[in-house]
Design a protein around this ligand. Structure first.
Ligand code: UDP
Ligand code: MG
Length: 310
């Protein structure tokens, strides 16, 4: 019987320390799964350390380890896309190199997915232990907000770590937009997903590339990519202030007719002027966010550029 092939797609950015540890863990799991063959695809996302030479060494020692090296840092989402495009397995796993995605789950994922009922076995962190509480708080707010304003469900705590069937991978590849918010795309393409739950783990080595500010920008990107509710809010605000101005016009008109024109009212004019000016700029900013995304999208630039690969 020929073995089922599982491709493991692993984006790496400055992960020289983690790669050998990661490979060791994967090898352990491979031994426990005799009827599968792994293919590991590392994506070197423009690392500034020796990640590439570590990958070259790993490839020369083991031909099932492959690498794709980008010409610069394109971001994890681009790396995932490249990895999925180059994967050849019956099943494809997306996984971080820092072992925050527990490799012990691979066996269980494989057993579940081969039963045929699910097209994707995802993972969900049920705790956020080891994370600054303020970050957990904002993360929670983000998930509750985006799920209220978007038709695409974004599961709280869901990781990118998942095993998918080839059919689902093809669907993911067909979503070839430039502004990739994978958490949303996984859910947007549909298919049956089952989530395995686990407790948060801390990084084994190296450090995270996410700052509070980059997480904030990432969440704005997620909202812009999967909801147009902010645009509706902008037009709503416009509509309300227009109605308010009609009421005010009527009020002042009637007051002038019955009580004559008074010169007072300077304060109210300035307040209204400032308020409206602010709202106009806010709405312009919201519209601008979407226009900016359209601009990037219509330029139709490639999602990533490869410098070398195996
Ligand atoms: N990563 C990447 N490109 C980047 C940033 C990160 O390929 O520009 C990779 C990184 O090497 C790791 C994964 O994406 O394998 C997740 O990164 P990290 O651990 O920093 O994120 P966190 O686990 O804190 O969400
Ligand atoms: Mg991590």
């Amino acid at each position: 019987m020929s073995k089922n092939k599982i491709s493991i797609v692993v984006p790496c950015y400055n992960e020289e320390e983690m790669i050998p540890l990661f490979l060791k863990e994967i090898k352990k799991q491979e031994k426990k799964m005799p009827d599968v063959q792994f293919e590991i695809i590392f994506i070197n996302d423009g690392s500034k350390d020796t990640t590439l030479s570590v990958l070259k060494r790993a490839h020369s020692k083991n031909s099932t380890v492959h690498y794709i090296s980008f010409s610069r840092n394109f971001g994890k989402e681009a790396a995932l896309y490249a990895g999925l495009e180059h994967s050849t397995g019956h099943y494809v796993v997306v996984m971080d190199v820092d072992l925050q995605d527990p490799p012990e789950l691979l066996g269980e994922m494989y057993d579940l997915i081969t039963e045929g009922e699910y097209d994707c076995i995802g993972t969900r962190r049920v705790t956020r232990k080891g994370e600054p509480p303020i970050r957990s708080y904002f993360a929670k707010q983000f998930y509750s907000l985006i799920n209220r304003i978007s038709d695409t469900e974004i599961v709280d705590g869901a990781r990118d770590y998942r095993m998918m069937t080839r059919q689902m991978v093809e669907a993911m590849l067909n979503v070839s937009e430039y502004n990739r918010f994978s958490k949303g795309i996984f859910s947007w393409v549909g298919f049956n997903t089952k989530f395995l739950e686990y407790e948060n783990k801390e990084r084994m080595a190296g450090k995270t590339t996410w700052s509070f500010w980059s997480l904030f920008k990432y969440s704005v990107d997620g909202i812009v990519a999967f909801s147009d509710v902010p645009l509706s809010i902008a037009s709503m605000i416009g509509m309300l202030s227009f109605l308010a101005s009609i009421f005010m016009a009527l009020f002042f008109f009637i007051r002038t007719i019955f009580w004559g024109n008074s010169t007072s009212g300077w304060t109210s004019i300035v307040v209204v002027l400032l308020g409206l000016g602010g709202l106009i700029l806010l709405c312009l900013g919201i519209v601008g966010k979407y226009v900016g995304k359209i601009y990037l999208e219509v330029k139709n630039r490639p999602i990533y550029i490869i410098k070398e690969k195996t």
